[in-house]
Design a protein around this ligand. Structure first.
Ligand SMILES: Cc1cc2nc3c(=O)[nH]c(=O)nc-3n(C[C@H](O)[C@H](O)[C@H](O)COP(=O)(O)OP(=O)(O)OC[C@H]3O[C@@H](n4cnc5c(N)ncnc54)[C@H](O)[C@@H]3O)c2cc1C
Length: 420
């Protein structure tokens, strides 16, 4: 589903909820503008946005394939905040209307429990980095929402007017939530049935390793990513996103993680014969999604991986698009794949590779940070180019700003951040 269409669908169904709320109020013989009914509106919108949290975080192919998982997670955060605001306004109005201590029924206790837990998960989601919580702990706290939703259903059905349009909408959302869970379970069963085997572990630089997997042939676009879990010594790791660095033309599937934290530091301990659970493909960061004959790839550090996949594909398929890749690193030591990139550039005239070193005085090529000057020098026809940017968030955002200042329209700038 495309981005615009997604927001149109969300807006349409939000309008349907508002319409259903008005009709339910009228059915109950109350003015929709009474405090009691306004309070119900906030509850209804909060619950609807709460439901969307599950749709947006469950990697549904229908939405993901046009919208991209990055955008889905972004929308998930945005609507999560909206859900919390509406759900907080709901008891506030209720207390204004009925007094603080009137809320004693089991349905209300269920609602209050959900609200308190949601506040906790929202707090952890916003501050987990400052609190120095591990990603896994943060994720597990976040997953509590799957229990909170059925509790919220108890609250909402306890207060809904049977026979009203709103009541039927809640029934539909309950069914959809159950279907989402079933889809998740079926996906997990399929992943566990199609295990991949590690057939090669290759060191690419001092802290970068490639893992090669053999298993069921996967249909993917160059530039897409996977969720990887490794089964080593009988222990299953948590799922981490990694770009598929191989080309769809290859028989084997590869990822190229750089050591960064707890999990990536253990990649080098992976052994041939270890098993992997792979959930893929995800993402829309691929030149195949755009009609263009000139490509400018701009990478920072390990942000090279989606471009390796795309370049390998372009090389294998002998695609004649003009491709310039500008790759920024600290120094030569940080480079990987250099031989392969140079070979591609030597053998195909339409591929140009530019290395930029930010902290190596002795480097004979481009030095400093990738900015407007380097882009102007190596990508002369900005107006005809599609730009693909991938790297650390700070660098990627700075490059995108530079491109926009140069007048490149947003629809021709595509980016992948290695962070959700
Ligand atoms: C679409 C995408 C593609 C990526 N491709 C690559 C790649 O090709 N090569 C590469 O080296 N890195 C890639 N990354 C980054 C990689 O996922 C993280 O470096 C890795 O998960 C860090 O895990 P850790 O336990 O080693 O580090 P930690 O110190 O635990 O985490 C460091 C940061 O990584 C992120 N992170 C950690 N665990 C997860 C998780 N399970 N799911 C999502 N994010 C997480 C969080 O932002 C966290 O703050 C990619 C990330 C994304 C989102």
């Amino acid at each position: 589903m495309k981005k615009e269409r997604f927001w149109l669908v969300v807006s349409f169904f939000t309008a349907v909820i508002i319409y259903a709320w008005v009709s339910s109020a009228l059915l109950g013989g109350e003015s929709p503008l009474s405090i009691r009914q306004l309070n119900r509106l906030f509850a209804s919108l909060g619950f609807w946005f709460f439901f969307l949290q599950f749709v947006l975080s469950s990697r549904l192919k229908l939405i993901e394939s046009g919208f991209g998982l990055n955008r889905m997670i972004h929308a998930h955060r945005l609507l999560g905040r909206l859900a919390l605001i509406f759900l907080l306004l709901h008891p506030l109005l209720l207390f204004m209307h009925e007094g603080l201590f009137s809320a004693g029924t089991p349905f209300r206790i269920a609602g209050l429990t959900v609200l308190l837990m949601l506040m906790l998960t929202a707090f952890v989601a916003s501050f987990h980095k400052k609190l120095k919580l591990s990603y896994e702990l943060w994720l597990n706290i976040h997953k509590v929402n799957y229990i909170l939703f059925p509790v919220a259903l108890i609250h909402i059905f306890g207060n809904a007017l049977p026979g009203s349009l709103l009541y039927y909408i809640w029934l539909i959302l309950t069914l959809l939530f159950a279907l989402l869970l079933v889809e998740k379970i079926i996906r997990e069963i399929k992943i566990r049935k199609n295990l991949y085997e590690v057939v090669k572990v290759q060191q690419e630089s001092k802290d970068i390793w490639s893992l090669y997997f053999k298993g069921k042939q996967l249909a993917y676009q160059p530039g897409q990513f996977m969720y990887l879990r490794l089964l080593r010594n009988g222990k299953l790791s948590s799922a981490h996103p990694f770009t598929i660095s191989s080309s769809p033309t290859w028989e084997m599937l590869t990822v190229t993680p750089k050591e960064l934290g707890d999990f990536t530091a253990t990649i080098k301990d992976t052994k041939v014969g270890d098993l992997a659970l792979i959930d893929a493909p995800y993402g829309i960061f691929s030149f195949l999604n755009y009609d263009c004959d000139r490509l400018a790839f701009i990478a920072g550090g390990i942000g090279i991986t989606p471009f390796m996949s795309m370049l390998r594909y372009i090389y294998d398929e002998r695609i004649e698009k003009q491709v310039t890749i500008i790759w920024g690193n600290k120094d030569e030591e940080a480079l990987c794949f250099q031989e392969e990139l140079d070979k591609m550039a030597r053998e195909m005239e339409n591929i140009k590779v530019v290395y930029v070193m930010s902290a190596q005085e002795s480097w004979r090529g481009e030095k400093g940070r990738i900015g407007g000057k380097v882009i102007d020098k190596y990508v002369p026809e900005l107006a005809r180019c599609h730009f693909f940017v991938c790297g650390p968030p700070m660098l990627s955002l700075a490059i995108m700003k530079t491109l926009r200042e140069k007048g490149v329209p947003g629809r021709r700038i595509h980016h992948e951040l290695f962070e959700f």
